[in-house]
Design a protein around this ligand. Structure first.
Ligand SMILES: NC(=O)c1ccc[n+]([C@@H]2O[C@H](COP(=O)([O-])OP(=O)(O)OC[C@H]3O[C@@H](n4cnc5c(N)ncnc54)[C@H](OP(=O)(O)O)[C@@H]3O)[C@@H](O)[C@H]2O)c1
Length: 272
């Protein structure tokens, strides 16, 4: 697309952002729909100054990533109720009156990825991790009517999150004792460069018909490889990444996102 004086600017703020796949995903979507919009990466260490600058420059929308997802809440004019519950915002919509609305699409991305294989209502899900992603996914699963069990490494963190989510929690070494409809890894275990790691013993994976890993580099983690061998259905981290982006795209444009095009752009970038 030819960038013109009238082209609307969108972007991602965070630090680091040079590795982000969001510009590839969103620009492919804008181009597919012939929209006069462009998406760029803004490395930003100060969230308050970054959004003040974007507001002043007439930026139309932002993705927000590490380390700003929590502190950005203080600088927006309105917050979606789920983002408020989660305590983190990953999407900003700059409205016509210059007000900034914050929302969280990470939970939407995870739910939509799971919904391709599983109706979540009343299902029992074991969620690994107690960090930012686990928090968003946990609230999203409850919103969809699932029943949750949390497991994570640091007892104080898993206890605190389980209290917020009002759910059961266990230690990592108790995973083998659990049977559930699904298992989600929302930790960074299995991510490059420590690819050959998994928190779940291969022989207990048969207890989970569906296994999702939110790590997307590599696309097939050790957990997913072993889950496939154990006969489980698997969902890789690209699905959540795609669908959280699809929800952002739709919040910014008011149009249905070209999901296939955005998926193909992500696949090409990840597998190259
Ligand atoms: N697919 C997507 O769309 C998507 C979106 C967001 C994030 N992600 C990926 O999800 C992962 C987690 O992101 P996050 O933002 O939630 O990170 P985070 O807030 O730093 O949380 C990381 C979690 O992983 C646990 N962990 C790390 N190393 C561990 C180990 N060796 N053994 C056991 N537990 C370990 C941490 O446990 P402690 O609390 O004990 O340290 C914590 O619970 C990252 O790999 C990220 O790339 C994917």
């Amino acid at each position: 697309m030819q960038i013109k004086g009238s082209t609307e600017v969108y972007g991602i703020i965070g630090n680091p952002v040079a590795h982000s796949l969001s510009p590839i995903m969103h620009n492919s979507g804008f181009e597919a729909l012939g929209l006069n919009k462009v998406y760029v990466a803004f490395p930003a260490t100060n969230a308050e100054k970054a959004i003040a600058g974007c507001r002043a420059l007439g930026v139309h929308g932002l993705s927000v990533t590490i380390p700003h997802k929590e502190k950005i809440l203080a600088f927006v004019d309105s917050i979606d109720p789920m983002a408020e519950k989660i305590g983190a915002v990953n999407t900003l919509v700059f409205q016509e009156d210059k007000k900034i609305h914050g929302l969280n699409t990470d939970w939407i991305g995870a739910n939509r990825a799971l919904a391709e294989k599983l109706e979540l209502r009343d299902k029992r899900i074991l969620l690994l991790g107690a960090g930012g992603s686990a928090r968003a996914i946990g609230f999203g699963l409850l919103e969809a009517g699932a029943r949750l069990i949390l497991a994570s490494r640091t007892e104080s963190k898993v206890k605190a999150l389980a209290e917020k989510l009002k759910c059961e929690w266990i230690h990592l070494d108790e995973i083998e004792t659990v049977e559930a409809d699904g298992l989600i890894n929302a930790t960074s275990v299995g991510m490059k460069p420590i690819e050959n790691a998994s928190l779940v013993q291969a022989n207990s994976l048969k207890n989970f018909p569906i296994v999702m890993d939110i790590v997307y580099a590599p696309l097939e983690t050790r957990l997913l490889r072993e889950a496939k061998s154990a006969g489980c259905e698997i969902i890789n981290g690209l699905s959540m990444l795609l669908y959280q982006g699809v929800a952002q795209f739709e919040a910014w444009t008011g149009q249905d996102a070209p999901v296939e095009v955005m998926h193909a752009a992500l696949m090409k970038a990840i597998t190259k």
